[in-house]
Ligand binder design. Structure first.
Ligand code: GAF
Length: 390
């Protein structure tokens, strides 16, 4: 699948610029097994890079002008790096502009590029095509100009690019896109950025993504608001328990004593966060022990929290999880990513996937009159240079 994407991108580059690309970069989207909305709350997350990628082809332009072409959108833009970088009204341009701005703000020495890219990561599905865009573009710039940027800083600079665009996101997506390894999930401590790889062996179960095919427009505002609510809650926790430095050190018992001291909505949000951080460690242990049934149960619990307490679900996603709960072949399912649309991540007994997929697709179509998209994903490598063989 990715071979044809690489071929298409390379050919398009040659047709557009009349030369062979100097660098080809592959940059993946991500899934997250568990640990949702806890990255910006200093919690643990369990993401992985996937085999759906953006392919970039680059060369230096040898001027201050960069020309960037999005093949699939049939759109392009130019930016003169000798002028101030400003936000554009075209959203995808901003992820790239944000990376260029990061490079400038950090004093790196680089000039213009010619770049084309093409993707097979579904956009707006919660698979982090934006992180793949930032991390891949940054890696291309780093490789072309020999910039000294560590893997960790690549993730951090890409995250800052996204903040510049307007989403006050955590580090999970960019970290997974940069650090992914085939068949491994990453247990990431979002406080220290220490991480360890764990085998992604789901035994008798297959991971399937059901894409609700909806994206509700309140995503950005609601996402930033959740972050503010958590900050408000944490300030109250710290004022009452000075030994607690972040949510990870706060026990549920401590939090419950503060119920009357917090706004009811804020309490509900942070209650979810404290429980979700604890669930990630349990889930990782269950995965290591091959107890996939327990892992599945934890996914259902997470969805319940995201839907009722954190309120980042939507009726279409809740419906997909209801279908999962009612099906004997499914042991776990939850919305994945920021929410308000996008995908559920679902564990299905191997051998039963096709029947479940067919059933869900039919019922979903009947209920919402929307086509359910379905992706089987493999866990793949992080951002890398493509070296053609032979
Ligand atoms: C989005 C954000 F970009 C991540 O940082 C993370 O907060 C996620 O939503 C929710 O877990 O993907």
């Amino acid at each position: 699948m990715n071979d044809s994407l690489i071929q298409k991108t390379t050919t398009f580059f040659q047709d557009t610029f009349g030369s062979t690309p100097e660098k080809i970069v592959l940059s993946p989207g991500r899934i997250n097994i568990i640990g949702e909305h806890v990255d910006y709350n200093d919690g643990y997350v369990l993401p992985a890079a996937i085999d759906k990628i953006i392919c970039f082809a680059f060369e230096k332009s040898n001027t201050t002008i960069s020309r960037i072409v999005a093949i699939d959108l049939n759109q392009e833009f130019e930016i003169d790096l000798s002028k101030d970088i400003q936000l554009s009204s075209t959203v995808w341009n901003n992820y790239i502009l944000g990376v260029l701005k990061q490079l400038q703000d950090n004093g790196f020495d680089f000039s213009g590029v010619n770049c084309v890219f093409s993707s097979n990561i579904p956009v707006g599905s919660g698979l982090s095509s934006s992180a793949a865009l930032e991390c891949g573009f940054l890696f291309g710039m780093q490789s072309l100009f020999g910039l000294d940027i560590s893997q960790q800083n690549r993730a951090l600079m890409s995250q800052k690019a996204e903040h510049w665009v307007g989403i006050n996101c955590g580090i999970m997506d960019q970290f997974a896109s940069v650090h992914g390894l085939e068949n491994m999930v990453i247990k990431l401590d979002c406080n220290t950025l220490e991480f360890e790889y764990h085998n992604a062996d789901f035994k008798d179960y297959a991971l399937v993504l059901f894409d609700s095919n909806v994206k509700h427009s309140l995503f950005t505002s609601a996402y930033n608001k959740r972050r503010e609510e958590c900050e408000e809650g944490l300030a109250i926790i710290k004022a009452n328990f000075p030994e607690v430095k972040s949510f990870r050190n706060c026990t549920e018992a401590q939090l419950l004593t503060l119920k009357d001291k917090m706004d009811a909505v804020v309490f509900t949000r942070v209650h979810y966060v404290v429980k979700e951080i604890a669930r990630v460690s349990k889930a990782c242990e269950a995965l290591d022990a091959g107890n996939i049934e327990l892992l599945g149960q934890l996914l259902f619990e997470t969805h319940d929290g995201l839907s009722r307490e954190y309120e980042v679900s939507c009726p279409e996603l809740d419906y997909l999880v209801e279908l999962a709960l009612a099906d004997d072949a499914v042991i776990g399912s939850r919305l994945m990513g920021g929410g308000f649309g996008g995908c559920t991540i679902t564990l299905i007994k191997k051998g039963k996937e096709e029947a479940v997929k067919q059933k869900f697709a039919q019922l979903y179509q009947e209920k919402w009159n929307i086509e359910l998209k379905i992706y089987d994903v493999k866990i793949g490598n992080g951002t890398s240079l493509y070296e053609p063989v032979g």
